[in-house]
Write a protein of this length. Structure first.
Length: 922
């Protein structure tokens, strides 16, 4: 049954229509009545005071003719000719803010409707005289960029029914108190969105004195609580929007005092309340609790909604059915009752990112014929629908990320016929072949994410998506050649698959392209330079050869060509107009000098050229021009000369790796200027690296850097990089002493100066490096004693001081007691004390106890048990791989990736055996 509007809402809609409709605003032109001469002059004076731009004295609009009732935006009473309406909203005008609002408007004594919305008044104050329009019923100053305090004089307009003051976010408009609102006894509509109310402690009390209020919108106002009142008077309220504040209420029982609510938006707050049991929801059309910390089970509430619907139908009353329900990003739990299918008017259902669980069947969707949005991602749902199920709805968006909807690819998706379809089936346990009908659906798709599944097959050579489509097929088992034509795709991620062959793609519209971690070969084609505005280009971890093309019209934000076999020099074509922030060319065969044009990339945050054959000295301009760098990795090259002290100008640097080069000279004492290695508060942000550039987040994409720390090469993604600070100057020919200034880097986590020719003492205040986790000073010529302050390094988990000339007693301390491996002090023949066997003078000899001897029979029975277990387990695994193709391909991929790190004989042997068995089976 179609729903009729409530009496209150219908009344308000009728008022707005009457106030804005030109036929009902007494502005008819055929009755011979002309405008009042005094009011005409007042309007002209008002117009002359305004400006169309900051650079022109011309008025922002044109009023032609002698009858002001015929002027644009002006409405007159059909009998008296008095001006009763002035609509100069941005749809008709373009007020810049360089002029002023002239008080001549006060001559319009019969004005009942004033609309100045969507103009720019240049942070001017709202005129106090607006409070003198005593007949005004409608006032709209939304998006006008007024500033300062809203004048209390607006409270004098007792006839006001509609007041809209909402602004853009971060508006300078504010309120010191709201008592003036209590005088607007006829007010039905109030919107103060993005007006700063943070200084108003009792904001609810004056609003509570307006019983006629039907619509209240206070989003993004800086509210922190919901004041407790003994009684709520605005029971006529049908729409309440308190979204995007910081409200921390732990109880929502006050909602029971608002029986006529039809739209409730409390999203983006800090609510920790359980689901309000008092909220019956029988009148609700829209309910949005998203982005809070709410708890409780949703079962009862959903069942109460369906009972409301059933009750109204039995009574043949006008039914109120929920149309939009958003509970996403909370801590709700429980299951979803099958009675959900009785909410026949439901259009948008969002429950993602909760702790919901249970099985979702066809019965849950039985009567949801109007459903357009279904987002149940990041829950523990299991979808159990028949293979031949035809949904009753036509979705525009379906998000089932991290739900179990596989193993087979959902066949019901082929019945979605909406244009610009959006799909998120990532991490949803789908395995098997991609059906052909999916490729026929591509012309309707504007967004699809099927990443992190076990889907295999080949992609057609040509795909036609909706313009500006976002496509993520990453981390699957797709194989074969890349598609040659992907028209209109805006974001294309095919990384972490098994694509092979050369890159022959026509991708002019693609702004984000990731083909990393495949088996692509050949050279980087010059056609890739035809991308109009590349933002991310990631071709890393392939088998690409040849040189880096220098044909880019503009370099992308992110360029990653690492882990290939590229050779030649780095192109000297980095123009000054590029927006490059991340350049990763590591682990190739690049040679030559650093190209001077890199100095033009002043926005660069990360420069990783490690693992190449680059030579020459490190230019001074690296420090002088690349002052925003957070990561500088030149490891494992052939750079020579001294470390330029200008590097210390990069105060934002968090990762400095110059290890394994041919550098000489001293360590610059000016390195204390790396303020990001001192305090976390000084560090930059990686938050906008990656797809957040496009305000769109692909779940498995993020920039990363490989960092050698504690003797291991570790991968750190952009979410962890802000927490990491390292300095590695090892395996060079550096000389001189360790600068005392380095110990001022209190936030440094890893320091490696090993394999150099450093001499002198370890700095006495080495203990000031309070966050240090790894310290390697081995293989130098350091002398003297180990400073006692080293025992204050409470986070230290890796220490190596071997092969120096250190002497004296090894300090003891809470953290040093855990280092019982004598090899970390080896080669220092004058050291004594634990864990070395050499006692210091005056100490008793150290006694070391080995492990208890084991009975030889225990070893015998161990091998007797292991041998048959290995044989059985080996052939069980091989049998599964022979008869299950998705598992077999996934197994190959695992060992292919593992082989990149472990080049061991046995790993290769196992992979070859499995592949041989596959050949026998086929």
């Amino acid at each position: 049954m179609a729903r009729k509007p409530s009496v209150q809402l219908a009344k308000w809609l009728l008022f707005v229509w009457l106030a804005t409709n030109p036929l009902c605003s007494a502005s008819k032109k055929n009755n011979g009545v002309v405008c009042n001469a005094t009011e005409r002059q007042a309007l002209l004076k008002f117009k002359l005071a305004l400006k169309a731009s900051f650079y022109s004295d011309n008025p922002p609009f044109s009023w032609v003719g002698g009858d002001c009732c015929r002027w644009i935006g002006v409405g007159c009473d059909s009998e008296t000719g008095h001006v009763i309406k002035l609509d100069l909203s941005g749809a008709y005008t373009d007020i810049s803010g360089s002029g002023k609002i002239d008080p001549s408007l006060l001559e319009l004594k019969h004005l009942s409707h004033l609309d100045l919305s969507n103009n720019y008044f240049g942070d001017k104050l709202i005129p106090n005289f607006f409070g003198s329009f005593m007949k005004l019923r409608y006032l709209n100053l939304s998006y006008t960029y007024f500033a300062g305090t809203i004048p209390h004089q607006l409270g004098n307009i007792s006839s006001l029914h509609y007041l809209d003051l909402k602004q853009d976010r971060d508006s300078p408009l504010k309120v010191d108190n709201l008592q003036w609102l209590s005088h607007l006894s006829s007010l039905e509509y109030l919107d103060m969105g993005s007006v700063n109310l943070s200084m108003v402690a009792d904001w609810l009390q004056p609003i509570n004195m307006i019983p006629s209020l039907s619509v209240l919108r206070l989003s993004s106002c800086g509210l922190r609580n919901f004041p407790t009142l003994p009684h709520l008077n605005f029971t006529s309220l049908t729409i309440l929007d308190l979204s995007s504040n910081a409200i921390t209420s732990k109880s929502l029982d006050w909602l029971s005092n608002l029986p006529n609510l039809e739209s409730l938006d409390l999203s983006h707050n800090r609510l920790e309340a359980p689901f309000p049991s008092s909220l019956r929801g029988c009148n609700l059309l829209k309910l949005d609790f998203s982005w809070n910390n709410m708890t409780g089970e949703v079962n009862r509430f959903l069942e109460s909604l369906t009972r409301c619907s059933a009750s109204n139908l039995k009574k043949h009353e006008s039914s109120v059915f929920m149309r939009e329900l958003d509970l996403s990003y909370n801590n709700f739990s429980g299951t979803i009752p099958e009675s959900l299918g009785q909410l026949t008017e439901l259009v948008h259902l969002r429950m993602s990112h909760n702790s919901l669980e249970g099985t979702i069947s066809e019965a849950h969707f039985a009567n949801l014929t109007r459903l357009e949005t279904l987002n149940m991602s990041e829950n523990s749902f299991v979808f159990n629908v028949g293979h031949h199920w035809i949904p009753p709805f036509q979705l525009k968006y379906v998000g089932l990320r991290s739900c179990q909807i596989g193993p087979p690819f959902p066949t019901w998706l082929q019945f979605m016929k909406k244009d610009r379809l959006e799909i998120d089936f990532s991490q949803s346990q789908i395995s098997g072949f991609m059906p052909d009908w999916f490729w026929n659906l591509s012309s309707q798709i504007s967004y699809v994410d099927i990443s992190q599944n076990l889907i295999y097959g080949k992609i057609p050579s040509s795909l036609n998506f909706v313009p500006w489509a976002k496509i993520d097929f990453s981390s699957n088992l797709f194989e074969g050649s890349l598609p040659q034509n992907v028209s209109d795709a805006y974001i294309l991620d095919l990384s972490n698959n098994f694509f092979s062959g050369p890159i022959k793609m026509s991708i002019m519209s693609v702004q984000y392209l990731s083909l990393s971690n495949n088996s692509l070969s050949g050279s980087i084609p010059s056609s890739i330079c035809s991308i109009r505005i590349p933002s991310v280009l990631d071709l890393s971890k392939n088998n690409l050869t040849g040189q880096i093309p220098s044909c880019f019209n503009s370099w992308p934000f992110v360029l990653d060509l690492s882990y290939n076999n590229l050779n030649g020099v780095i192109p000297n074509s980095f123009g000054p107009n590029s927006f490059l922030i991340w350049l990763q060319l590591s682990h190739n065969n690049l040679s030559g000098l650093l190209p001077p044009s890199i100095r033009n990339q002043s926005r660069l945050l990360a420069l990783d050229l490690s693992g190449n054959r680059l030579s020459g000295s490190i230019p001074r301009w690296v420090g002088e021009s690349l002052s925003r760098l957070i990561i500088l990795n030149l490891r494992s090259n052939m750079f020579n000369g001294t470390i330029p002290p200008q590097l210390s100008l990069i105060s934002s640097l968090q990762i400095l790796d110059l290890a394994d080069n041919r550098l000489s000279g001293i360590i610059p004492s000016s390195f204390y200027n790396f303020t990001s290695m001192i305090s976390r508060a000084e560090r930059g942000s990686f938050s906008y690296i990656g797809l957040s550039i496009f305000n769109y987040n692909f779940t498995n994409y993020g920039r990363y850097v490989m960092v050698v720390m504690k003797g291991l090469e570790l991968k750190y993604t952009n979410t962890l990089l802000p927490l990491l600070t390292t300095m590695d100057l090892s395996r060079n020919s550096l000389s001189g002493e360790i600068p005392q200034e380095l110990t001022s880097l209190h936030g440094l986590q890893s320091l490696n100066l090993s394999g150099n020719h450093l001499k002198g003492k370890i700095p006495e205040n080495i203990g000031d490096l309070q966050q240090l986790e790894s310290l390697d000073l081995s293989q130098n010529h350091l002398s003297g004693t180990i400073p006692s302050s080293i025992s204050a390094l409470t986070f230290l988990s890796s220490l190596n001081l071997a092969n120096n000339n250190l002497s004296g007693r090894i300090p003891s301390g809470s953290q040093l007691q855990t280092f019982n491996d004598p090899s970390i002090y080896a080669g220092n023949y004058d050291l004594c004390g634990l864990p070395l066997p050499k006692p210091c003078v005056g100490e008793a000899p150290h006694t070391f106890f080995g492990e208890d001897e084991q009975d030889g029979t225990e070893h015998l029975w161990f091998y007797v048990g292991v041998a048959p277990g290995f044989v059985v387990g080996f052939w069980v695994v091989c049998g599964i791989l022979i008869f299950n193709k998705p598992w077999r391909i996934a197994y190959y991929r695992f060992f292919d990736r593992l082989n990149e790190r472990l080049d061991g004989f046995y790993v290769k042997l196992v992979v070859k055996v499995v592949k041989k068995n596959e050949g026998l089976a086929t």
